[in-house]
Design a protein around this ligand. Structure first.
Ligand code: ADP
Length: 494
């Protein structure tokens, strides 16, 4: 039986900052169903309290850091729905705080130490469990040292046969720290070079992961191409090009159980392609909840998003007045993030009461109702590695309006007027103008071509975004990486 350890800084439903958590909470369930012995390791943050059925390790876990051992406690539970083991690493100093990466004052200053510790703890956990994975599947910069450990200090141990995969969920976040971090991490200084971990004089945890992993993946085929170029390569395009033969884009799926509009407890009524009446009730609920005028006939445009530059919501904030002056629509935004973008949106909501509503903060229930109640779902991202929200919105019957970038290209098919084709509206240029006119296109489709609009809804709801295909693609990749690891082992030993 193939053994895979997911090393992750987030896992839904326990702790979630963004899409990474959804992936780590869902992909293992699909792998488990296909007979993989898959397990997950994640820190026990201050926001998490061990449940009654969690099992706390009797003996401490010894984590071998550079200056000496640091001890942690291991908690074991499992994912809801499938018996996939989840191990939480408890260490008060590193992890007992509410936020995963950053507080209101900015990034935690000891993120380098915290996540080197997670990376090393993941490997030491396997010795502790006496369970040697065939593959360590790592997620984003926070786990980037795992492949580096495997290629260096773990040589000559049972782990030297373990392959590693790093999945890039977002290349923008790279984990840059002072080089002295290597001393704490217990990594040899010979990895600190351009062909290795060095990045502008600092250590880059992500670059280390990309260099040292057996295979590199990202979360959509289009993003896998885009990051090899200077525009979206975030300074790492050269090394991604260097590793191009081992770089694969595998589209994220969605958790079909957690996101099933037929039995979603957050919705006022079920929604299915055969019965869309639940959508009207969701729309009404959202309008009430967010203080919008309750009116079934005005198209409701909505978004659920981290409010950052990446997501292009500053573009939206810049055109709200124009939209409200010239079109009849409502706008609802759920999200939090950049204070400037929040301020622009809050001011717009004040200028247009009953027509524009914003809700800052994380609200799972409202998010589900927005997917179920919006008429059009906005994702105007500047870049988007995969994006999950457009898939949720399609499944819940809200056609998405997206910029043509990354995973949005791979998941949203352009609407073609008069041909009953497409699942949403796409635009090319990341500009206010392009967004404005594409919203105009969607608004007029809503009013003037209701049958075609209905067809768009149906086309979206019938898409298959389950993990089926992607889980198979990962398993194939695990096999390749195991074979590659065997091959290099043969080379080294001759
Ligand atoms: P990213 O990972 O870049 O944030 P994704 O589209 O991949 O973007 O995933 C975003 C996930 O976070 C979705 O599940 C979305 O519903 C959720 N989400 C984002 N903001 C909020 C919020 N304010 N409240 C509830 N859920 C949110």
């Amino acid at each position: 039986m193939m053994k895979v350890l997911m090393v992750a800084p987030e896992v839904a439903p326990f702790v979630k900052v963004g899409g990474l958590a959804d992936v780590v909470g869902a992909l293992p369930k699909a792998l488990y169903k296909r007979g993989i012995d898959v397990r997950i390791v994640c820190p026990l943050y201050g926001s998490l309290t061990p449940g009654k059925d969690w099992v706390g390790g009797e003996t401490p876990l010894e984590v071998h850091m550079g200056p000496g051992s640091i001890f942690a406690r291991v908690w074991e539970t499992s994912l809801p729905d499938e018996p996939v083991p989840v191990y939480f690493i408890e260490h008060k100093g590193f992890f007992d705080r509410h936020e995963v990466y950053a507080g209101p004052w900015g990034d935690h200053v000891d993120n380098g130490e915290r996540f080197s510790f997670l990376s090393r703890a993941a490997i030491d956990l396997c010795s502790y469990l006496d369970w040697i994975p065939d593959v360590f599947h790592c997620h984003d910069w926070a786990t980037g040292f795992v492949p580096v450990y495997l290629n260096t200090v773990m040589r000559g141990t049972p782990f030297e046969h373990s392959a590693s995969i790093i999945t890039i969920h977002n290349l923008k976040f790279q984990g840059l720290f002072r080089p002295e971090l290597l001393n704490f991490a217990g990594l040899p200084w010979d990895v600190f070079k351009t062909d290795g971990l060095e990045c502008m004089g600092n250590v880059s945890m992500l670059k280390g992961g990309i260099y040292h992993a057996t295979k590199v993946t990202t979360v959509s085929p289009t993003y896998a191409e885009e990051i090899q170029g200077p525009e979206l390569g975030e300074g790492l395009n050269h090394i991604l090009k260097f590793r191009a033969a081992d770089l694969v884009g595998i589209l994220n799926g969605i958790d079909a159980e957690a996101w099933d509009p037929r039995k979603d407890a957050y919705l006022p009524a079920p929604i299915s392609p055969d019965d869309l009446s639940g959508r009207a009730l969701s729309k009404q609920a959202v309008q009430k909840e967010m203080g919008l005028a309750v009116n079934p006939d005005i198209p409701l445009f909505a978004t659920v998003s981290r409010l950052y530059d990446q997501k292009g919501l500053d573009l939206l904030a810049g055109i709200v007045d124009g939209l409200m002056d010239n079109m009849v629509l409502q706008l609802a935004v759920l999200g939090s993030g950049d204070k400037e973008i929040e301020g622009m949106l809050a001011a717009a909501a004040e200028r247009h009461p009953g027509r524009v509503a914003v809700h800052f903060g994380f609200n799972e229930g409202l998010a589900h109702r927005l997917y179920g109640g919006a008429d059009v779902f906005l994702v105007p991202s500047r870049f988007e590695p995969c994006g999950l929200t457009q898939m949720y919105s399609m499944r819940y019957g809200a056609p998405p309006l997206v910029r043509s970038t990354g995973g949005l290209v791979d998941t949203v098919e352009q609407y073609e007027e008069g041909r009953h084709k497409g699942t949403g509206f796409r635009f090319e240029e990341a500009s206010q103008n392009a967004l404005y006119y594409t919203i105009g296109w969607a608004v007029s489709t809503y009013y003037d071509r209701p049958e075609e609009f209905q067809q768009l809804i149906m086309n979206g709801m019938k898409q298959d975004f389950s993990w089926k295909h992607s889980a198979d693609a990962y398993i194939e990749l695990y096999r390749w990486s195991m074979a590659a690891r065997d091959w290099t082992r043969a080379m080294v030993s001759t």
